[in-house]
Write a protein that binds this ligand. Structure first.
Ligand code: AMP
Length: 192
């Protein structure tokens, strides 16, 4: 099973991806997480993308696809994947279809977590205050939020009609309680 969680920054994709991972034995593939690790390890890739990530802008499709393909080639991805933060552009969505062109279906469902901007901003402000291991995620500073949201609307939102046209899009109200969002996702998964 391959599921994509789509939604603006702060919509709860990471939380719900972890729950899908635990309940269905899927592997969470978060390109944001992989890229953050590259920055932390100060690899060549990390140094190349550090400033772009810190500013809340998207990393180029070429670089993202390179790390994604490497991750998908690992054996744990064979039994199913939940994509969190990928694809973020139409080009990435098309590339994903190419990667799985041999499979019966490239993707089983695209679940869109819908959250109003006002709610997103307050969630991101909250997350910016919460330190993880003593460190605040540098791309969660409130002033970066505008960039992340505008990148979402400019590049990622066009993916919605892309998948809708293919009959794969499911919408979930992401402003409900976390467990209610999980229940709505479970109902979708039981139908695919
Ligand atoms: P996320 O943790 O998914 O919010 O991603 C954090 C940051 O990583 C984003 O703001 C982008 O700079 C970068 N990033 C993550 N995934 C992608 C992607 N699929 N395409 C381009 N940039 C990405």
């Amino acid at each position: 099973m391959k599921i994509i969680l789509l939604g603006p920054p702060g919509s709860g994709k990471g939380t719900q991806a972890k729950r899908l991972e635990a309940r269905h034995g899927l592997v969470q593939v978060s390109t944001g997480e992989i890229l953050r690790e590259a920055v932390a390890s100060e690899s060549l890739l990390g140094k190349t993308i550090k400033n772009t990530m810190a500013a809340g802008n998207l990393i180029s499709d070429d670089l993202v696809l390179e790390v994604l393909e490497r991750r998908l080639a690992e054996p744990d991805c064979k039994d199913g994947v939940v994509f969190d933060g990928f694809p973020r552009t139409i080009a990435q969505a098309e590339a994903l279809n190419d990667i799985f062109s041999e499979a019966e279906r490239a993707v089983d469902a695209v679940i869109m977590l819908e959250v109003d901007d006002v709610v997103l901003i307050s969630r991101i402000e909250q997350r910016a205050k919460e330190a993880v291991d003593g460190k605040v995620r540098s791309d969660d500073r409130v002033e970066v939020l505008k960039n992340r949201l505008s990148a979402y609307y400019e590049w990622t939102a066009p993916i919605i009609p892309f998948y809708e046209a293919r009959g794969l899009l499911w919408r979930v109200d992401g402003m409900r309680e976390v467990h209610q969002v999980t229940d709505a996702i479970e109902t979708i998964v039981s139908q695919i």
